[in-house]
Write a protein that binds this ligand. Structure first.
Ligand code: HEM
Length: 165
């Protein structure tokens, strides 16, 4: 294994690790921690706020690492001239979705978790309002992350099929 192969292995590993930490951590928050905090009778909201503050550092590191390693992976895939139009178009979609995900996450950073913890929760009335709430805020971020994982797997399949041609 050459030095450049080792470098690429480390870059891929860091990319995947950051994506897993961010999306996995967000899924844990949505599916486990948030429902548990809501059900806890003596929950003051402060634990949720403290957790959000701690997780923020993970998200910011993940964004930085995903961007830096994503650029290296993109150069590595595009420079040999093997990747065809479907690969490049799919990569374009992935980059657009990633930028949206970064913007959503960094937009949330400016909100105070303490104020969020004490914000009154008005129940959504009507089917449309409930559907809108389901795909907004943190849910939208997690759905985007899951879709980006799928698009990344598609990229791998497209590249491997371009290699076989
Ligand atoms: C601008 C940001 C990003 C760029 C430029 C980028 C670029 C890339 C590229 C070129 C690949 C290689 C695909 C292939 O096998 O041909 C890749 C893989 C991957 N990316 Fe990204 N990516 C970015 C952001 C993200 C984000 C936000 C996530 C997850 C939320 C993500 C998750 C993944 C995963 C899971 C893989 C597969 C890694 C592996 O199989 O080793 N990426 N990315």
């Amino acid at each position: 294994m050459s030095a450049s192969d080792t470098f690429l292995l480390v870059v891929r590993w860091l990319h995947l690790l950051s994506a897993a930490a961010w999306v996995g951590g967000s899924l844990f928050y949505l599916l486990v921690l948030r429902p548990a905090l809501r059900r806890a009778p003596d929950s003051s909201g402060l634990l949720g706020a403290a957790t959000a503050t701690e997780f923020r550092a993970v998200v910011e590191t993940a964004i930085f690492v995903l961007l830096a390693t994503g650029i290296v992976l993109t150069f590595n895939r595009l420079t040999p001239g093997i990747a065809g139009v479907p690969y490049v178009a799919t990569l374009g979609v992935k980059i657009a979705l990633s930028v949206l995900m970064f913007a959503l996450a960094l937009g949330r950073r400016n909100r105070s978790p303490i104020l969020d913890a004490y914000a009154p929760r008005t129940p959504a009335s009507g089917r449309f309002a409930r559907a809108l709430r389901a795909v907004s805020g943190y849910n939208a971020l997690v759905i985007l992350g899951i879709v980006i994982f799928l698009v990344s797997d598609l990229l791998k399949v497209l590249y491997e099929s371009a290699l076989e041609k």
